[in-house]
Design a protein around this ligand. Structure first.
Ligand code: F0G
Length: 359
């Protein structure tokens, strides 16, 4: 039985002590699914073995649960009765769920009109106070940081600027090393506020230092072209992308992302929204894995790198984090496929005629 990642990885989580009440929803231990057709059919890189770390199968449907079990457990340990976060959606869903589990209150600050409906629904049903601002994620994060910095309010900030969030999220790298028996050659993931790339690099580094892996992967981070501050080397005031999860112009963990890139000999690049949507549809139709659009950024990125010969022809293992579940944003799936439902008469013959066309 999965008792949650704090229970599984406790010895590697120094913030957890005997007096920490563990708030868990049995997060972590997500599957590492080998992509069977993607490398050849979509990526154009038959020499790669590609494994999908499907974080959409966490309790609230994203990797944020890993950080949130830590952040909310520590908040309760500190006697907090209210947690707060800014969010493009997934952090708010996770914060709301873990706060509900802990029996404490949660407030979330969201960019108005830019959050996928599924994520909003989660925050609401878990009973969070949901506030929308006429501004973007970066504005929302600045505001909640300001509010939480005033100790007199006693509010716990549970964005990834809270260091225990990164500690929880590093456990995904531990699971990859455990499942593969070693670190991969490359690890690819989407980058927004840059907490997760920082966390994975920490996880891979810690396991290599402990002798649990013989190497560390090159970290390959991908941003959306309209929201690519780390690629441009400067903040973006008005980030734009259909991948709303990573619509971020001023990543809080900027230095962590650059260190992961440079220390690993990897890279951070951007992909266009069209490339993201093509990869989003490809992983769903070729592998049966439904991930939200932001997760497709690294797949689009791998395709781009393969096309310019980055991987060469020798065999290599690549792991890719699919950070959130596709059901968070069903609207986008329907829009992407773009077919109206085909109506058929309720007869055997009409159905068989319709099926003829699909064979
Ligand atoms: N993928 C998804 C599905 C996300 O929700 C996020 C971030 C990222 C990737 C990027 O991760 O910020 O650690 O670089 N979502 C945050 C939120 C910002 O509020 O849910 P990062």
């Amino acid at each position: 039985m999965n008792h949650g990642l704090i229970s599984t990885w406790r010895e590697f989580l120094p913030d957890i002590t005997d007096s920490t009440p563990v708030i868990s929803l049995s997060e972590g231990d997500t599957p590492l699914i080998e992509a069977k057709r993607l490398p050849t059919v979509f990526l154009g890189a038959p020499s790669l073995r590609v494994f999908l770390k499907f974080e959409g199968l966490n309790p609230t449907g994203s990797f944020k649960d890993r950080g949130m079990t830590m952040a909310v457990s520590k908040a309760v340990e500190r006697g907090r009765e209210l947690v707060i976060c800014a969010s493009t959606g997934n952090t708010s869903a996770a914060a709301a769920a873990y706060a509900a589990r802990a029996g404490i209150a949660c407030a979330v600050l969201l960019p108005k009109g830019e959050v996928a409906l599924g994520k909003l629904a989660q925050a609401l049903i878990h009973g969070a106070k949901v506030l929308a601002i006429d501004g973007n994620f970066d504005d929302a994060l600045r505001l909640v940081r300001e509010i939480a910095a005033d100790e007199s309010f006693g509010i716990e900030l549970v964005n990834s600027v809270n260091p225990v969030r990164i500690e929880g999220q590093k456990t995904a790298a531990f699971e990859i090393v455990r499942d593969l028996g070693d670190a991969p050659d490359f690890h690819a993931l989407p980058v927004g506020n840059a907490g997760n790339i920082t966390a994975y690099w920490r996880g891979f580094s810690e396991f290599a230092a402990l002798g649990k892996a013989t190497k560390r992967p090159k970290m390959l981070g991908f941003q959306a072209a309209g929201a690519a501050p780390l690629v441009l080397g400067h903040p973006v005031d008005e980030p734009q992308t259909i991948a709303t999860a990573i619509r971020i112009g001023k990543p809080a963990s900027w230095d962590g992302a650059i260190a992961a890139r440079d220390d690993s000999g990897g890279l951070i690049e951007s992909v266009t929204d069209d490339e993201i949507l093509a990869a989003y549809a490809a992983v769903a139709s070729l592998e049966g894995v439904f991930a939200e659009p932001a997760c497709a950024a690294p797949l689009a990125g791998l395709k781009k790198l393969a096309a310019r010969g980055y991987f060469g022809d020798s065999p290599a293992t690549v792991t890719v984090t699919l950070t959130g579940h596709g059901l968070k944003d069903p609207d986008r799936a329907v829009k992407t496929v773009g077919v109206a439902l085909e109506e058929v008469a309720p007869t055997r013959d009409a159905i068989l005629t319709a099926l003829e066309k699909t064979r």
